[in-house]
Write a protein that binds this ligand. Structure first.
Ligand SMILES: Cc1cc2nc3c(=O)[nH]c(=O)nc-3n(C[C@H](O)[C@H](O)[C@H](O)COP(=O)(O)O)c2cc1C
Length: 210
């Protein structure tokens, strides 16, 4: 199958959304926890978390255009500047998926979707207790993307909590931490470690076509 720009534009909205949301391949599966100034907690699923740099340790995520019902994560981060990013695991993937519902601001998805708030000393935003791989972040910058009304939120990792099983052979092992991946907006994959290669030095690259 070959879709031209015209074919893509002519797809019905739902078909286009399903296809284009999946074409990047596997995306990371995270729950973002946040809290507003009145202490109301929020947790929602996001697949757009991306690594921006290690020193300082910056992560970004894309927040889609805000509406009356959507955008509590964004507004909480603007109010309190701290939030958490928590890996999703198979045991609570269904609960995590439910957090994408358009719940009222007064409703905490922690309660409504069967997830547990967890706090660490000195950090205001809630972590997801069920997650074994989680980070506390402080908001550093936002970049508006006018072409489609989305915003990239950039934060610095201040706390990193990982299980021993996720750090083997001097490397992060996402199979060991029971990480999962997302395709589109509905499909979840388990992760199997395929292979690990050393840093590429040009003199070590073999000749492939001789
Ligand atoms: C698998 C999946 C991935 C999602 N990824 C994102 C994302 O990266 N950015 C985003 O703005 N919304 C994403 N959403 C939608 C949000 O989860 C949804 O809009 C949610 O209601 C936002 O909650 P909030 O208003 O409490 O922030 C995703 C939904 C699903 C099901």
């Amino acid at each position: 199958m070959h879709y031209s720009k015209k074919d893509i534009e002519n797809l019905d909205r739902i078909t286009r959304l399903k296809i284009i949301n999946s074409v990047t391949g596997i995306k990371p599966a995270n729950l973002i926890g946040s809290i507003d100034c009145e202490g109301r907690t929020n947790v929602a699923i996001f697949s757009s978390v991306v690594h921006l740099g290690s020193n300082p340790a910056f992560l970004g995520f894309i927040s889609r255009p805000r509406t009356e019902d959507v955008g509590h994560t964004y507004s909480n981060i603007m109010e309190n500047e701290v939030y958490t990013i928590n890996h999703i695991h198979p045991e609570f993937v269904k609960n995590a998926h439910y957090t994408s519902g358009k719940f009222d601001k007064e409703v905490s998805e922690f309660d409504r979707c069967g997830l547990t708030e967890e706090y660490i000393e000195g950090f205001k935003a809630p972590f997801v207790k069920e997650s074994n791989f989680k980070m506390g972040l402080r908001f550093r910058e936002k970049i508006e993307i006018p072409i489609n009304g989305t915003v990239m939120i950039i934060g610095e990792v201040e706390d990193l909590i990982i299980p021993k099983t996720a750090y083997t052979d001097d490397d992060i092992n996402l199979e060991g931490s029971n990480g999962i991946g997302i395709s589109g907006l509905n499909t979840y994959y388990s992760l199997t470690k395929l292979v690990r290669y050393p840093y590429v030095r040009l003199e070590e690259v073999p000749e492939f076509f001789n």
